[in-house]
Design a protein around this ligand. Structure first.
Ligand code: ASP
Length: 307
C-alpha cells in the first residue's frame, strides 16, 4: 500500500501531489463505506484519538468525531472553555497529561498560527491540524479540492477564485496550496483591505472587481467575513460589502455562465452570499460537508498507518 510522505498533517504546504492523490483515492473508498447501511469499519479499532479544540467549531469538530467513530477509534473530546489552560497550564503540559492516558493521535484547533507544528515537535503523538489561527486548515482544503474533483471531474486546469476575507482566512491559504499542487489556476477577489500584503508572491492574481473575477472562473469559493478576527473596520458596513462582493442571484445572472459555488461554512447569509444562491443547485456547500467526513477518515487512516 502507498504511504503518505508525512507523519503529521500540519498544513497542505508539507504535502506533495502524490499525498493529496492518495488521500483522495482513500476518501473515495470511505465515501462508499459511509453510504452503506452499516457505515462503520474496524480500521482504527486500537487507536485512541483526542480532539482538542481551543477555538470554537461546529462542522470541523463534528466531522472529525464522526470520521473517527466510523473508523471505530476510541475518541475523547476536550474544549478550551472547560480546560485547565484557563488555570494557567501550558499547552505542552495539557497535551502530555492527555497522552499519558495512552492517546495515539491529537486533532487540534488552536487560535495561534504554528500551534500544531509546535506540538508535533514536543509530544509523542500524531498531530492533525484542524485549523491554526489564520494560518492553515488542511482538511478543509482537501475536502474543498476533492469536492471540485467530484463535481467537475478533475481539479487540474480549473479556474478557481477565492472570494472575500482572504486576510483572516486559514481556508484561503490552505486552498491556494492545494489547488496549485493539483494544477488549478487560482485567483483571489475581495477588497484590498482584506488582502494579505504579499499574496502575489504565491503566484496569485488579485482581482478587486467581482464580476470580472467570476467571469474568469469555473468555481467560486466564497469565504465568510471573519468578524471575530477583526480588530479594526476593514470596510464601511456589511451593506457595502454585500453590494460589492456579495454573491447574489443578480450577480450570477449578470455573468450568465455555469459556475460552481462553494463555501466552507459557517455562512453569513445575506452578507457574503445570498440565501437564494447558497440553497441553489449551483452551490455544493452540503456536498463539501459530506465529503469532509470521507476526507477526514482518509487522513486519519493514512496517518495511523504511519505509526
Ligand atoms: N470553518 C472555517 C474555519 O474554521 C471557515 C470559517 O470559520 O469561516 O476556518
Amino acid at each position: 500500500m502507498s504511504k503518505l510522505s508525512v507523519d503529521h498533517l500540519l498544513g497542505i504546504k508539507y504535502l506533495n501531489l502524490e499525498d493529496i492523490k492518495l488521500i483522495f483515492e482513500t476518501a473515495t473508498h470511505f465515501k462508499e463505506v459511509i453510504n452503506r447501511p452499516i457505515k462503520k469499519v474496524p480500521s482504527l479499532r486500537d487507536v485512541t484519538i483526542a480532539n482538542l479544540f481551543f477555538e470554537n467549531s461546529t462542522r470541523t469538530k463534528l466531522s472529525f468525531e464522526l470520521a473517527q467513530k466510523r473508523l471505530s477509534a476510541d475518541v475523547i473530546n476536550f474544549s478550551a472553555s472547560s480546560s485547565s489552560l484557563k488555570k494557567g497550564e501550558t499547552l505542552i503540559d495539557t497535551v502530555n497529561n492527555i497522552l499519558s492516558m495512552k492517546v495515539d493521535m491529537v486533532v487540534m484547533r488552536h487560535p495561534s498560527p504554528g500551534a500544531a507544528m509546535f506540538l508535533s515537535k514536543h509530544v509523542d503523538a500524531t498531530i492533525v491540524n484542524a485549523g491554526d489561527g489564520a494560518h492553515e486548515h488542511p482538511t478543509q482544503a482537501l475536502l474543498d479540492s476533492y469536492s471540485i474533483d467530484q463535481r467537475l471531474g478533475s481539479v487540474e486546469g480549473k479556474k478557481v477564485v477565492i472570494v472575500g476575507d482572504i486576510l483572516h482566512s486559514r481556508v484561503a491559504l490552505s486552498n491556494i496550496f492545494a489547488l496549485q499542487k493539483l494544477g488549478a489556476e487560482v485567483r483571489v477577489c475581495g477588497p484590498k483591505t482584506l488582502m494579505p500584503k504579499h499574496i502575489e508572491s504565491l503566484g496569485i492574481i488579485v482581482e478587486t472587481d467581482l464580476r470580472k473575477a467570476l467571469d474568469w472562473a469555473d468555481v467560486a469559493n466564497v469565504l465568510r467575513v471573519q468578524f471575530e478576527r477583526m480588530n479594526a473596520s476593514y470596510f464601511p458596513s456589511n451593506r457595502e460589502y454585500t453590494m460589492q462582493y456579495g454573491i447574489t442571484q443578480k450577480v450570477l445572472e449578470d455573468i450568465n455562465k455555469p459556475l460552481v459555488i462553494m463555501h466552507p461554512g459557517p455562512i453569513n447569509r445575506g452578507v457574503e452570499i445570498s440565501s437564494e444562491v447558497a440553497d441553489s443547485d449551483q452551490a455544493i456547500i452540503l456536498d463539501q460537508v459530506e465529503n469532509g467526513v470521507a476526507i477526514r477518515m482518509a487522513v486519519l487512516y493514512l496517518l495511523a498507518a504511519k505509526r
